[in-house]
Design a protein around this ligand. Structure first.
Ligand code: C2E
Ligand code: MG
Ligand code: MG
Length: 628
């Protein structure tokens, strides 16, 4: 791609490259240091540098040839002083990464104008979030300039290191060019073009990357043409392939996916007019692709295209010895929404893609304004949830689990509650699923375990309560967190509670979705001595065979079964069969959702061990549990 290497110019083999980061967020500085000047020599950087500048082997650059020295400034004015000072001492900076927003001082654009007044050779990367100035705004203010590149937040570390390596090298060339400018001009141009390629092209698939997509999409969004359709594709099982078969196979899958997409795009088409812009695909990163169809925003036409694409992507892929299927979920949006910014169109197609994923995968969903409202609400919940723990908005309620034969309380289930300021109690199933997706469940789950075990310890110390057990729900994500058994062991120790008096509840779906990963964790938990309760049995794809497979101690029959039991006799028969089988395996049975005395009487007749439901008590805060 690039014809010359820096060594052919007899550039010094070792040079310390000075980089200045101007950003008001302190943690960003550490991120830059970790990426560009990690504590130990980072061989991957040498490889990247070699790749960028066309060296055959990384040895062409000595391992210490890309030493970056990172300096920090937290405001534009401070940055300008540092650049001045460095120049005056004959040790100028090669590159500055400049944040766009730095209240209360100069913003990024003003900072850059001032920096160039001081040091016209300085290479600059503007670091901006999507909501900041558009590229057009920046160009208008700073002019077209090959010393300026744009880096969108949040950063990709590979992008940061590539930009730093390439721009410092370009800066060095420019320094040399002071002496023989004409000779080097062509080379600089070629390097710039190569840099552009790197900046706009995805190395693996050869498709435009995020920056390349924006470059092509922006004119479609801003010009009033015939409109466009935009697909956001995400592959339903890509992560599984990557995790189970390795990254090489994952890469191979992405390449084959790209080939199939390109084949669909190359098909002759009814709206193909000569000179009309052609449809194009781009890779945003990971397994996310965007396909843009310029010239048509018609719903039915785009739907037909989406179906063609889904059909092309559906057949199995051959990866080495493996045959793998990896269908796509496609979110579609069109120019009819009235976009003025490319990023908004991509965001909306992404929202629609989630809808496609959540409603069954291997399908296309069109974006609607209702989805937008839901996404905004969800985002609000996510943000609220982040604060909920620290602001004391979470609480545990406790619901008794009653011995069916004696009517005595045998233990409690801890159930989380979020009293959200301004909106009241949020449905736990809803916010738990959000916390699962965002990963916040790990922290929340830890708090639940700690609080419930502490409460349990307190109750057990009261006379007559020593026999009580405490049942605590664990979510899917907590189960695949390999340290869960250790966490629980530490908490048992901390609160001085015997493991046998704690049960963890895991839903049937959490176990059955991922049995291979979950099984060893269940073994570990069981070895610790805590009871294992399968929650909501019968709600998912229940299979009695799982009772043999996992070291369960309790089975909780879902309340839907109980609800149907009175009206449909066959449910009674099924419940009876479950109870008999469980008892044979030494597993206790809890019936959930008992609301009437008739239901209780039936469960007594069926010899069920425990019951839980509004009939006995609704979940209540700890201080109300033993009242009256
Ligand atoms: P679950 O673990 O199956 O909890 C039982 C749910 O049934 C609770 O809903 C409870 O309030 C409700 N319930 C109890 N008795 C009756 C009844 O007689 N009739 C009816 N209609 N409902 C009854 P809740 O508290 O809304 O919790 C819903 C789900 O959220 C729980 O289902 C559990 O899966 C999850 N969850 C709750 N707390 C936690 C937690 O701390 N961690 C995790 N990971 N999940 C939790
Ligand atoms: Mg439960
Ligand atoms: Mg349940």
């Amino acid at each position: 791609m690039i014809s010359t290497s820096p060594n052919s110019l007899n550039l010094p083999k070792h040079r310390t490259r000075r980089v200045l980061v101007i950003d008001d967020t302190e943690s960003i500085h550490d991120d830059f240091r970790m990426t560009l000047a990690p504590p130990k020599a980072d061989a991957s950087l040498a490889l990247e540098a070699a790749a960028i500048f066309g060296d055959e082997t990384p040895e062409a650059l000595p391992s210490d040839a890309q030493d970056f020295v990172i300096d920090s400034a937290y405001q534009g004015e401070d940055g300008c002083k540092k650049v001045c000072h460095a120049l005056a001492h004959g040790d100028p900076y090669a590159v500055a990464f400049v944040d766009m927003r730095m209240p209360p001082g100069w913003d990024g654009l003003e900072t850059i104008e001032r920096l160039w007044e001081v040091d016209p050779d300085l290479q600059i990367v503007i670091c901006s979030a999507y909501s900041d100035y558009s590229w057009e705004d920046i160009i208008q203010r700073l002019g077209v300039n090959d010393q300026l590149l744009l880096l969108k937040k949040p950063f990709d570390t590979a992008e940061v290191s590539q930009l730093a390596v390439a721009l410092t090298q370009k800066w060095e060339l420019a320094q040399q060019a002071g002496m023989k400018f004409s000779e080097l001009q062509g080379m600089v141009d070629r390097q710039t073009e190569a840099l552009r390629q790197l900046a706009y092209c995805d190395k693996l698939t050869g498709l435009p990357n995020r920056a390349g997509l924006f470059e092509q999409l922006r004119p479609l969004v801003t010009e009033s043409g015939d409109g466009f359709g935009l697909f956001f594709l995400d592959f339903d099982r890509f992560k599984l392939v990557n995790d189970s078969l390795g990254h090489d196979m994952g890469d191979e899958l992405l390449i084959q996916i790209t080939q199939r997409i390109n084949q669909v795009l190359a098909q002759p088409d009814t709206i193909d007019v000569e000179d009309a812009p052609k449809p194009f695909a781009s890779r945003l990163g990971g397994d996310e692709f965007v396909v843009v169809w310029p010239g048509c925003a018609d719903h039915d036409w785009l739907d037909a295209k989406a179906q063609t694409l889904l059909s092309a992507l559906r057949p199995a892929y051959t990866l080495g010895r493996h045959q793998v299927t990896s269908t796509a979920s496609i979110g579609v949006t069109t120019s009819q929404i009235g976009y003025t910014r490319a990023e908004d169109a991509i965001r909306d197609a992404d929202v629609a893609m989630y809808q496609a994923k959540n409603t069954g995968k291997d399908r296309a969903c069109f974006f609607t304004m209702q989805m937008h409202d839901q996404a905004v609400e969800r985002l609000g919940l996510e943000e609220g949830l982040a604060k909920a723990l620290t602001q004391d908005e979470l609480a545990l309620f406790y619901q008794p689990i009653v011995d069916v034969q004696t009517g005595q309380t045998a233990g409690f289930e801890a159930l989380i509650r979020w009293d959200r300021p301004g909106s009241g109690f949020v449905n736990p199933e809803y916010f738990i699923s959000i916390a699962e997706e965002t990963g916040q469940i790990i922290e929340i789950g830890q708090w639940v375990l700690d609080t419930a075990i502490q409460q349990h310890a307190q109750w057990r110390r009261q006379p007559g309560h020593e026999h009580l057990f405490m049942s605590i729900n664990l979510s899917k994500r907590q189960l695949v967190d390999s340290s869960i058994a250790e966490t629980i062991r530490d908490l048992l120790k901390k609160h001085d509670v015997p493991a046998q008096t704690i049960k963890v509840e895991i839903t049937e779906t959490a176990i059955m979705e991922n049995p291979e990963t979950v099984a060893p964790v269940l073994d570990e938990l069981r070895a610790l001595g805590v009871g294992l309760s399968m929650d909501d049995f019968g709600k998912g794809h229940s299979s009695l065979s799982c009772l043999h497979q996992f070291p369960l101690t309790t089975l909780k029959i879902d309340r839907l079964f109980i609800k149907n039991m009175e009206e449909h006799r066959e449910y009674g028969a099924i419940i009876q069969a479950i109870i008999v089988l469980a008892k044979n395996l030494g597993i206790d049975v809890v019936a959930e959702g008992i609301e009437t005395d008739a239901q209780l009487a039936q469960l007594q007749a069926l010899d069920c061990d425990y019951a839980q439901g509004y009939f006995f008590s609704r979940p209540a805060p700890a201080h109300e549990v033993f009242e009256g």
